[in-house]
Design a protein around this ligand. Structure first.
Ligand SMILES: [Fe+2]
Length: 294
């Protein structure tokens, strides 16, 4: 028996917004029984070379929510992303809603608070977020029950969020031909990632899985939706009964060859603050670069 309140008969409408600059997919998820909705993993646009922030991607989501007369209740982050910046506060300012993330955000804040040499004004208690989820916590989007599952490995604070027959897997899994996300960031762990992926694969076969990223491997078109059954059978890193040892060996070897994500430095500073841009002592929005510090 699953410990989770799974409702495969509840089928939320899921609208995807693909960001070609970072290969991120953001979602608007609508309760089938009301106008309530949630957004998952939003993106703030940055031209890092110019230090310029814009909101084209977030504005498209806001326009969609307004045009459809939806009420935004939740702004969910599956984890502290290292490859794009969250637009959570901007969207909250326009539409309301509560910003939520896994409660192990405190571990991430502690790690990167040190790396970025943040002062004591940077709280490492998750208080920048409106809600912190523990493993198995439930919450509601209108009449639809949702829940969160701890899925550490890519980062310590990763969670998968399930709403009806749809699961938002963050960076635990990619599409079957994309495999899995890296596990070499500070606090990452390939063995933990394998165990977390098993939790996702234990969900019902027909559950819809929505990815946070897709890179269109081997020239195929960008895709973001699959099922538990398809991942279990075909995922190139964990499907078809690959062992934990196989996965750890492969993942560790592959991660050694991966370049650092282009936006990791601004992403971590912003995302560990729930999407707020840090400020200097005079209150101006300002980012740091720790030299040889990552
Ligand atoms: Fe990530």
């Amino acid at each position: 028996m699953s410990p989770h309140p799974i409702r495969m008969d509840v089928r939320p409408e899921v609208k995807a917004f693909f960001d070609p600059a970072t290969n991120t997919i953001s979602y608007v998820v609508k309760d089938p029984g009301s106008a309530a909705c949630a957004v998952i993993d939003t993106v703030m646009d940055i031209d890092y070379a110019a230090g310029r922030i814009t909101y084209g991607h977030a504005d498209a989501m806001i326009a969609y929510i307004r045009e459809h007369g939806l009420e935004l209740e939740w702004i969910i982050e599956t984890h502290v992303h290292a490859d794009h910046l969250s637009a959570a506060p901007y969207i909250q300012g326009e539409l309301g809603g509560r910003i939520g993330i896994g409660d192990r955000i405190m571990v991430v804040q502690d790690t990167f608070g040190k790396i970025f040499n943040e002062g004591t004004e940077f709280q490492r208690d998750g208080s920048q977020f409106d809600a912190l989820f523990a493993d198995g916590d439930t919450y509601r989007v209108g009449g639809m029950q949702a829940f969160a599952i701890y899925t550490p490995g890519h980062t310590p604070a990763c969670m998968v969020h399930v709403m009806g027959d749809a699961a938002f897997v963050g960076d635990t899994l990619f599409m079957p031909d994309g495999g899995s996300a890296r596990a070499d960031f500070p606090g990452g762990d390939a063995g933990q990632l394998y165990d977390s992926i098993q939790k996702v694969l234990a969900l019902p076969d027909a559950m819809r899985l929505f990815m946070c990223h897709d890179y269109g491997p081997n020239g195929r078109d960008i895709a973001w939706e699959t099922t538990v059954a398809a991942e279990r059978e075909h995922n190139i890193h964990v499907g078809g009964g690959k062992t934990r040892e196989d996965f750890i060996r492969f993942r560790t070897e592959r991660d050694r060859q991966l370049a650092v994500p282009k936006l990791i430095i601004p992403s971590l500073q912003v995302n560990m603050r729930a999407g707020e841009i840090p400020r200097d002592k005079d209150g101006r929005p300002m980012l740091k670069v720790p030299v040889n510090g990552l």
